[in-house]
Design a protein around this ligand. Sequence first.
Ligand SMILES: NC(=O)c1ccc[n+]([C@@H]2O[C@H](COP(=O)([O-])OP(=O)(O)OC[C@H]3O[C@@H](n4cnc5c(N)ncnc54)[C@H](OP(=O)(O)O)[C@@H]3O)[C@@H](O)[C@H]2O)c1
Length: 271
Amino acid sequence: MIKNKTIMNKQTILITGATSGLGYEIAMQYATPHVRLILVGRNVYQLNKIANLCNLRGAQTHLLALDIREKKALTDHLTDFCNQYGIDIVVACAGVSAGTLQGPESPSQVQTIFDTNINGVLNTIMPIIPHMIKRRKGNIVIISSMAGLIGLSSAPSYSASKACIRVFGEALRGYLKQYNVHTTVVIPGYIKTPMTEVNNFPMPFIISAEKAAQKIIKGVSNNKGVIAFPTTIYLLLKCFNALPNQLIDYINSKIPGKPAFENNELKEDDQ
Ligand SMILES: NC(=O)c1ccc[n+]([C@@H]2O[C@H](COP(=O)([O-])OP(=O)(O)OC[C@H]3O[C@@H](n4cnc5c(N)ncnc54)[C@H](OP(=O)(O)O)[C@@H]3O)[C@@H](O)[C@H]2O)c1
């Protein structure tokens, strides 16, 4: 009886992108005996690895080896988790990035980025929202990017996808407040992860995934609406948007491109 009560009282946290980089670090830092972690990713080997490490820290773990673009399968699993445990925090961290270094983006690159970074995020949070509303509690955490503050010439679909989920998160925040459901939009600058390893240009103020995860977890625990770091770049980009359009276009055209996807991430019609 007491054991069941203890299990019920665990905080349940779902994290997508838990197999690598930022999501991996967030999972590691959330891992304590008081927490049940639902870890989502496609790489089964990495999922098992992170689960073992979280278990060593005393966390209970559940693994979901799934592509977040699979709406039906994800909805079914998330609904089951909500009914069984209730989800207290959802961190929509999974995402992909690619750009224009080798030339204009291919249609399938754009599609993959939009499907993952927009639809994948919606597939992750939408099934959970009604349950959070019903419980009158919960935290929704959306990982956007500084790239979503301007239309980056170096990564058009990436920056558009991150702008979309940023604005969606801001809107959700206003709407869900009445139900005591908190929405946090995270706007990070460069973080040292496999995603940025491919960039061969200077990345000012780049920080470790450990440090980024610390900032996110602290901000979410305080129900912050926006967690943006580094502050200097955040403020600079806000001012950048106030410049005359021609100047914005000139500076934007000089930004070095991010590499395109590897061929194996493209559909056949692009090759
Ligand atoms: N690194 C940065 O500088 C930076 C800056 C701002 C924002 N961000 C954002 O932070 C988030 C994490 O990025 P990161 O730097 O940690 O990148 P990362 O190391 O490449 O990790 C990306 C994660 O997303 C998962 N993922 C990608 N596509 C997926 C799909 N279709 N289904 C399920 N999972 C999928 C990957 O898991 P599997 O491969 O196992 O599926 C992986 O765990 C992203 O949303 C990114 O846009 C990163």
